[in-house]
Design a protein around this ligand. Structure first.
Ligand code: 4AD
Ligand code: MG
Length: 442
């Protein structure tokens, strides 16, 4: 406690020492500049990329965007400022006075006193063209440049807000955030879609293998979360997940983000479904209130008709969702042989189902997958033995020996969530750098 206090004291000291003197022209993000009410000539500096140039006889209009909002800031300058380098895509620093705009299109504009081109943009070679609305498919060829378009910038801002909203939902509801490992020796889902990890050069390690066991990129943090739920009761993780699925579908990636929660003392699927539903609703409400313009842009210009995949499984999901009136649908109690070893067996005799739950949503299909976990030692032992997994999962069985409790959890595909709320047809467009079969650009 004392140490923490003195650390805080030291930090305060640092900040007072390094506090900058008030500058003549304060740097401002475009988003903040646009929000200034009753602008009255504040001296500010804005940095960003030119989105449009309009040169009139006496006046030059620029629109500058720095990624902080969908809307750009209008710069008004004397036509004498015009130069050949002031083109779409160039980066600039503009100093001037923030004033109330004459036009009704915007509240404020920046009356430029100084315009500096930081980096010229070679317009001919630049794959993003002025005033063109490029199809998302075309932009996918340029993962290093597509974030400069309105469409991708809006999607990625929503992604950022949704990430923060998910963390705040769990924090507000008493969940502990766990960093589950990316490298693991288990195959949680047992579906054999693993990427194996080895050092690129075996020379560096004297033994034959770096780890003593085969190691993989994680397909799910669930089993590690189950360990932690045995101490913290409610836990979550939100990180990258990897599946070597040979699929070019519009809803599969080789690297995607999964939100996973695990809750102890849960005895019914109803309780789990309530958390899933609440997480979805609260996150979406926060996103809608934080960036309504970005969501609106997606709905207006990107959202495509509700297409579905072609595989049989997906067609079943589509049928179910349609049948229920095109709304999200929970499907529960799946046949045991379709699901992984950890799911809790229902007491339904010959039907032989497990307490699994999937949430299917229109346009995307499966968004959440979850279950109650088999917490009964002997039943789990039998299931593991049947699958030849007893040795590898001894530690998992141990958890059922030392204070086992009924528990359950779920995983939500984060990219599929974004597809669902934004109406984006292809999953490759809601992640900054998509990885999928035959493609690992950059
Ligand atoms: O249904 P899944 O496989 O469930 C699990 O991995 C559980 N261990 C989670 C848990 O209970 N903690 O995956 C969960 C979700 C799916 O419903 C889907 O939304 C998404 O992850 N998902 C994918 N998203 C993009 N690309 C892929 N290849 C995906 N595979 C699954
Ligand atoms: Mg699933």
């Amino acid at each position: 406690m004392l140490r923490a206090r003195s650390l805080l004291g030291a930090l305060r000291l640092c900040s007072s020492v390094s506090c900058p003197r008030p500058r003549a022209s304060a740097k401002m993000r475009v988003r903040d500049a646009l929000r200034v009410q009753d602008a009255s000539g504040e001296c500010v500096t804005v940095q960003g990329w030119i989105r449009s140039v309009r040169s009139q006889k006496e006046v030059l209009f620029l629109h500058v965007n720095d990624g902080s909002s969908l809307e750009s800031l209008q710069i008004v300058a004397d036509s004498g400022f015009h130069s050949r380098e002031l083109v779409f895509g160039s980066s600039v620093q503009v100093q001037g006075q923030l004033v109330k705009s004459q036009s009704k299109r915007q509240n404020v504009e920046l009356k430029a006193e100084k315009i500096e081109v930081i980096g010229n943009c070679e317009a001919k070679a630049f794959p993003i063209k002025y005033k063109e609305r490029h199809p998302l498919e075309y932009l996918r060829q340029y993962p290093h440049l597509r974030c400069r378009t309105n469409a991708l910038a809006s999607i990625l801002r929503v992604r950022s807000e949704a990430t923060a909203a998910i963390h705040s939902y769990f924090k507000d509801n008493g969940f502990v955030h766990i960093h589950t490992p990316v490298l693991t020796s288990n195959d949680c889902e047992g579906a054999g879609e693993l990427f194996q990890v080895e050092p690129s050069s075996k020379v560096k390690v004297p033994e034959e293998n770096f780890f003593d066991v085969p190691a993989f990129l994680t397909v799910s943090g669930q089993l590690h979360l189950e360990v932690m739920s045995g101490a913290f009761t409610q836990v979550f993780t939100f990180g990258p997940t990897f599946r070597a699925e040979n699929s070019q579908s519009r809803r599969h990636l080789a690297e995607f983000y999964m939100v996973e929660a695990e809750i102890s003392f849960v005895e019914s699927l109803q309780d789990l479904m309530q958390v899933m539903e609440e997480l979805f609703k609260v996150t979406t409400e926060i996103v809608l209130s934080c960036c309504p313009e970005d969501v609106e842009l997606c709905h207006q210009f990107i959202a495509s008709g509700q297409k579905w995949g072609v595989d049989l499984q997906t067609e079943h999901e589509k049928y179910l969702v349609r049948h229920c009136g095109n709304i999200p649908v929970f499907v529960i109690n799946y046949p045991s042989e379709l699901k992984p070893f950890y799911m809790r067996e229902n007491e339904d005799g010959p039907q032989h189902t497990v307490a699994a739950v999937d949430l299917l949503v229109p346009g995307v299909g499966e968004l959440f997958g979850g279950s109650l976990r088999e917490e009964r030692y002997h039943i789990l032992e039998q299931r593991l033995a049947r699958s030849g997994l007893t040795k590898a999962y001894q530690w998992y069985l141990d958890l059922r020996k030392f204070g086992s409790v009924p528990h359950g959890g779920f995983g939500m595909g984060f990219e599929r969530y974004l597809q669902c709320i934004l109406g984006v047809d292809n999953i490759k467009d809601v992640i900054p750098f998509p990885r999928f079969t035959h493609s690992c650009l950059l």
